[in-house]
Design a protein around this ligand. Structure first.
Ligand SMILES: CC(C)(COP(=O)(O)OP(=O)(O)OC[C@H]1O[C@@H](n2cnc3c(N)ncnc32)[C@H](O)[C@@H]1OP(=O)(O)O)[C@@H](O)C(=O)NCCC(=O)NCCS
Length: 282
């Protein structure tokens, strides 16, 4: 008889198991994401082992005990359809307990998530394109530096369902990545991070008070990637300005998810969310 056990992942396993399997699913993570993800909630990553061999994983990251996000829900191909997924899924729900839980569900799993009590908020669209070298005549965006951190955390908390200082500490210091911030006088009115992924570069988050600020940050991010590099932007479909931004640069839709929550949809202004941070951690 096979024995199936579920336990917490180590930081190394988040990189070597969850991130590697996410690559196999075509989700195109960055090899550097793992450390930032793990630092956010070291208890929120689980692996399912069949006779001590990893066959399943999931992340259930809690932001300060009030808001959780599920990602990396994967069972190795040859072990699917045998109940192992549902068991590790239930472990994730048990860990996040009564928190409002969000996720970005692939089309094939959305029905299951509804059965598990998740409600659709809106669709997120992954756009793919090529980085352009455009002259920015507004130049409101400058590279992030340490002394911006407090303002960045405060601004981020208005556009993410929970305060995520720990995550951001790692995110603004990622390897092969750069964060840009935008100011009017002394007030931060947008920021964006671009990071190298398995294929090309992903821009996330791209948060901004209006289209022009988003555009300026987007141009800076393009310059970091280098003209002609493949870039990705995951945008909430209901933010028409965000969709316009992607389409104005000739980006094409390549993937979609459903943003779902177990409780009320968090009261953030999605019109200022031009790029989702990640589909794994929200
Ligand atoms: C999604 C995935 C992890 C499910 O794992 P699995 O081991 O194949 O699923 P199980 O065998 O445990 O499913 C058992 C039953 O529970 C259901 N189920 C699975 N996950 C569920 C969930 N999250 N909520 C409700 N029901 C679920 C299944 O539909 C199945 O129902 P059935 O018996 O009526 O057919 C697996 O198919 C996979 O790795 N897919 C590719 C990666 C992916 O797309 N992940 C989701 C990203 S959002």
């Amino acid at each position: 008889m096979n024995i199936y056990t579920i336990r917490n992942m180590t930081a190394t396993e988040v990189k070597d198991i969850a991130t590697r399997w996410a690559v196999e699913e075509g989700w195109n993570p960055s090899p550097n994401d793992a450390q930032a993800f793990y630092n956010t909630d070291t208890n929120g990553f689980f692996v399912g082992l069949l006779d001590n061999i990893p066959i399943a994983c999931i992340s259930a990251v809690s932001y300060g005990g009030t808001f959780g996000f599920i990602g990396f829900y994967i069972v190795k191909k040859e072990f699917r359809g045998k109940g192992y997924g549902l068991k590790i899924w239930n472990k994730a729900l048990e860990y996040l307990d009564s928190q409002n839980i969000g996720l970005d569900g692939v089309v094939a799993q959305q029905g299951n998530y509804v059965k598990s009590g998740f409600k659709l908020a809106y669709r997120n669209i992954r756009y793919e394109g090529l980085a352009a070298d455009v002259f920015d005549n507004t130049t409101s965006s400058v590279p992030y530096s340490k002394h911006h951190f407090e303002k960045l955390v405060k601004y981020d908390s208005t556009l993410f369902p929970a305060s995520r200082t720990k995550f951001l500490e790692s995110w603004v210091n990622l390897t092969d990545a750069l964060t840009f911030v935008s100011f009017e006088n002394d007030t931060l009115n947008g920021y964006a991070t671009i990071r190298k992924c398995k294929v090309g570069y992903k821009i996330g988050p791209l948060f901004a008070d209006n289209y022009d600020i988003a555009n300026s940050l987007f141009i800076s991010a393009n310059k970091f990637a280098g003209e002609g590099s493949i870039i990705y932007l995951d945008t909430p479909e209901i933010n028409l300005n965000a969709v316009n931004l992607a389409e104005n640069y000739g980006m094409k839709k390549v993937f979609e998810t459903a943003r779902m929550y177990t409780k009320e949809e968090p009261t953030i202004n999605v019109n200022n969310v031009y790029g989702v941070t990640t589909f794994e951690l929200g």
